[in-house]
Design a protein around this ligand. Structure first.
Ligand code: ADP
Ligand code: MG
Length: 893
């Protein structure tokens, strides 16, 4: 194991050895440079690029520039492994670097280099908190080098978003960047578009985004009719049905089927002949109600907040605000929870993360855990995972799993372990799979009367996650956390003095004076010296009229900025900086002492309470301990009643346990079981991989169509002169009609009947003058007819144009754009619905030997062609008859 690690270390390091040496040498030379010279690097490097050098040519100098800037501004010297990570990112790979190795800084290296091209760089994080925290933390480095930094947040105005997207480097969350893309492609006016190019992106916590979140596509939906009664009635009905008699549950596939008896019962209850009737179908509603009842559990799969059902991500334990389950399932759960049933999803636009991120010319990512999913990254995203060794060798002890027969005994054992650790003072982090289980453990610990911090997916706790995680390494601290709550924040043994000092300042400013006078809880536990520092700060800030100028919600960023200013500090900045420095000194001493104590005790102890659906998630949890060469340990407690073993384990494990004939309280160390366990886990990984792969394959069809539609839309939006496009649409409509009528006849000249048909059709759609002479075209060949009709169309169009121009100058151009976009959007939305229906129904049909995906592709193609034809026809129709259709005064552009 050790050898393997060293080998890997030397492999990857030797591959980049020369570049690394060069970077370090240049940055060493730069140490003697004055600031101004270092700052001119950006200009100089951009010039190199203009003169024809490539990014790779200038990589060593650019990286050295960032390294030296970081040393000056942040006082941190980047480790070789960090620089290595940066090179790997620049090459468009995934850098696997463990938690606490300093990936936030790693990203600055390739971000700076790629920003020199002036095409933008996106740094993607999993939540708003991290986007803000990371951008603020590295801002001084970029700022020093004259590189602008943007931060895009939810609910920002269009103007502000646009501004931030235009910066050299933009920090943003995965969902916001995806939704902005969809919204941009629904814009009916060019100034509503906020995004620029998709040049280079670095995805932080890349596995969470490209694997976990990739199971659900991003969807923008609008309201449509909702059958509230049906959901309610189905829910009532579902409570009367009995498992196995009326229905069966397939937990693995998350599916439910009705038995014949169940179907008869439903039909009687609803007083209908057939629950599958086409006109007014019920089956879907009943099945959803049963799923809501049996497979979706409150506080595990979803929470209810403010009368709303909100999805909880099974893997991460995070709530997924705004996401909804599709096909009526969400409504069924709303009926079950007796909250307001919201409108059905009517999809206006959608994209999967898989296809969204493939839009970037170069994609890269970083995380602590990617290698178990390396294959998927390669197959779907065409991106390689490269492991970077840790800066210091990891000495964490991963203890063998303990397996109990019953879940109950497992939890008692976990609580006991927490108790023991608390007694000796060692910090413990317990990872649970859901809120319900976190609370169960919390109750047990209450009985033992030991304190703990609880982090879970509930919104009121989410804000505090990072703060609590940052201090989870202090002695005598127990932290219970659903899966990856607080992801992105590393646990420092003894506590994180910087975070703590900052927090105290922010909290004080948020509630000045009043708490102080009352000397209430917030401050009474504080170190006496810190109390007086804070008092001083407040009175000094008061003297500078600070509080009158400040708005509440900006305090934390205000403080963050003030602490990072190097030059041009104003009075207030200086007060804050000094207080911070002094508090930091005190905490650093206190925490240093505690750190030594915790290290002696063995570092952070991580407890897993269940194997997760993928080894990667288990590794994430384990990786919380043993950062930067710290001591630490991890242990998983399992039981035969755990989901993984119950659903995917099979009988083998139970047989082993039975044959060992041990009592309930005695666990077995699972060396014997580990094979079966690993197999079960691999089955689950594969299962979820299949789901994602299927989503990807099916979305691929839609994706090429989406690209085509979005490209057409963009062309129209950008175009100043759309007349050509309308003419083109009209001509294709003529082609379409001609080929329809001439396809079935060998006679290339038109006969009488044909001519009448064509004329009528063309007249309906294109509004050509009725006096087109029958005789004239009767003897023509098809090509001649085509040209003749083209010409007629142009003439008629010119006349329409003149007419509309006379109504209001410029009107025709506005109408053109408006009709085009409106029709494209409408047709596309209808198309999306048809595609969703097709996708669903393709599973039901049987095709003999035919592969459903192939069938789906074929049908999707003809649906698409129909849509395009339809768009062209309607646009031509509307333009040629616009007077009848709308009042020109009311066009909103
Ligand atoms: P990761 O994202 O890899 O888990 P972070 O970027 O959050 O790690 O950094 C973890 C901590 O390590 C931060 O507090 C950061 O200040 C610190 N750090 C990063 N790089 C260095 C360095 N070269 N020297 C010292 N400390 C560093
Ligand atoms: Mg990080």
């Amino acid at each position: 194991m050790f050898n393997l690690l060293l080998n890997r270390r030397s492999n990857i390091t030797s591959q980049y050895k020369q570049t690394l040496q060069k970077i370090n040498q240049i940055s060493n030379d730069m140490q003697s440079w004055p600031d101004i010279q270092l700052q001119q690097q950006t200009h100089k490097l951009k010039k190199y690029l203009k003169d024809g050098k490539s990014l790779n040519n200038i990589l060593p100098e650019a990286f050295a520039t960032v390294k030296e800037t970081c040393r000056r501004i942040k006082g941190l010297t980047m480790f070789n492994v960090q620089i290595l990570g940066g090179i790997i990112l620049h090459e468009g790979n995934i850098t696997e670097m463990k938690t606490g190795e300093g990936k936030t800084l790693v990203a600055t290296l390739p971000a700076y280099l790629n920003a020199l091209k002036n095409q933008g760089v996106h740094i993607i994080t999993v939540n708003d908190y991290l986007a803000k925290r990371d951008s603020e933390w590295v801002y001084p480095i970029y700022n020093f080098l004259n590189i602008s930094v943007g931060l895009v947040e939810q609910n920002m105005s269009t103007e502000l978003k646009k501004f931030n997207y235009q910066q050299d480097i933009t920090y943003i969350t995965n969902s916001e960047v995806g939704f902005d893309y969809l919204r941009d492609n629904m814009a009916i006016n060019q100034n509503q578009i906020v995004q620029k190019d998709f040049n280079f992106c670095i995805i932080d916590e890349v596995d969470s985004i490209l694997i976990d979140e990739a199971r659900t596509p991003l969807i923008i939906s609008g309201p449509s009719y909702v059958a509230t009664d049906k959901y309610k009635k189905s829910y009532l009905l579902s409570t009367k049905l009995k498992e196995t008699k009326d229905y069966n549950i397939d937990e693995k596939a998350k599916n439910i089927t009705l038995t014949d008896e169940g179907i008869i019962f439903c039909e009687k209850f609803l007083e209908i002949d057939n629950i599958y009737q086409i006109q007014d179908p019920w089956a879907q509603y009943i099945l959803n109600a049963l799923k809501a009842q049996n497979l979706f559990i409150k506080d595990r799969h979803y929470i209810v907040k403010d009368n709303e059902v909100i999805i909880v991500d099974e893997f991460t334990g995070r709530i997924m605000q705004g996401r909804r389950w599709s096909d009526g399932l969400h409504q069924a759960i709303e009926a079950k929870e007796n909250v307001q049933i919201q409108n059905e999803n009517h999809t206006l636009a959608s994209i999967t993360y898989q296809h969204f991120f493939l839009l970037y010319s170069k994609l890269s990512g970083m995380t602590g855990t990617a290698s178990t999913e390396a294959q998927e990254f390669e197959k779907i995203y065409n991106i390689n995972v490269k492991e970077v060794p840790t800066n210091k060798i990891c000495i964490r002890q991963d203890l063998p799993d303990l397996v109990y027969k019953r879940e109950y005994d497992k939890w008692i054992a976990i609580a006991n372990e927490c108790y023991d650790m608390y007694q000796i003072g060692r910090p413990v982090l317990v990872g649970t799979t859901n809120v319900e289980k976190s609370e169960l453990l919390a109750k047990l610990l209450n009985e033992y009367d030991i304190p703990y911090n609880l982090l879970n997916a509930k919104p009121e706790n989410v804000k505090k996650e990072a703060e609590i995680i940052a201090q989870a390494g202090q002695s005598n601290t127990i932290t219970i956390s659903t899966n990856m709550a607080g992801r992105g924040t590393d646990i420092i043994l003894g506590g994180n003095p910087k975070e703590m000092s900052k927090l105290i300042i922010v909290k004080t400013i948020q509630k000045p004076n009043k708490d102080f006078k009352n000397n209430n809880d917030t401050y009474k536990d504080l170190h006496i010296e810190i109390q007086s520092l804070i008092k001083n700060m407040i009175s000094e800030l008061n003297q500078n009229q600070f509080f009158e100028k400040l708005k509440d919600q900006t305090i934390s960023s205000y403080v963050e900025k003030a602490l990072n200013v190097r030059e041009e500090s104003n009075n207030i900045d200086i007060i804050l900086q000094n207080t911070y420095k002094n508090i930091l000194n005190i905490y650093t001493n206190i925490f240093e002492e505690d750190k030594n104590k915790v290290i002696k005790l063995g570092g952070l102890h991580v407890i897993g309470t269940e194997r997760h659906e993928s080894r990667r998630i288990d590794n994430q949890l384990r990786g919380r301990a043993g950062r930067q060469g710290d001591p630490g340990s991890s242990r998983f407690f399992l039981s035969l009643e755990d989901n993984l073993l119950r659903i995917f384990g099979g009988d083998k494990i139970i047989n082993i346990m039975e044959s060992l004939n041990i009592d309930d309280q005695t666990p077995i160390e699972s060396k014997i079981l580990s094979n079966s366990l690993n197999n079960a886990q691999k089955k689950v990984e594969l299962h979820y991989y299949d789901i994602r792969k299927q989503l990807f394959d099916y979305d691929e069809v839609l994706n090429s169509q989406r690209q085509a539609i979005y490209a057409e839309r963009k062309r129209i939006l950008k175009s100043q002169y759309i007349r050509d496009c309308i003419i083109e649409y009209g001509e294709s409509t003529i082609d379409e009609i001609l080929s329809f009528y001439f396809n079935n006849t060998k006679d290339r000249s038109a006969n009488h009947i044909l001519i009448n048909d064509i004329k009528q059709k063309i007249n309906t759609i294109l509004n050509l003058p009725p006096e087109i002479d029958n005789k004239c075209i009767r003897n023509m060949e098809i090509e001649e007819i085509r040209l003749f009709l083209y010409e007629q169309f142009r003439i008629t169009y010119d006349m329409r144009e003149a007419y509309l121009d006379q109504l209001r100058p410029g009107l025709v151009r506005q109408l053109e754009k408006y009709y085009l976009l409106q029709q494209i959007d409408k047709a596309w939305q209808e198309h999306l619905e048809k595609m969703a229906y097709l996708r669903e129904s393709i599973g039901w049909r049987s095709y003999g030997q035919q592969d459903p995906l192939t069938e789906y592709k074929n049908e999707a193609f003809s649906l698409f062609i129909n849509m395009i034809t339809y768009i062209r026809e309607t646009v031509s129709y509307l333009i040629m008859r616009s007077r009848l259709v709308m009042d020109p005064q009311n066009i909103k552009m």
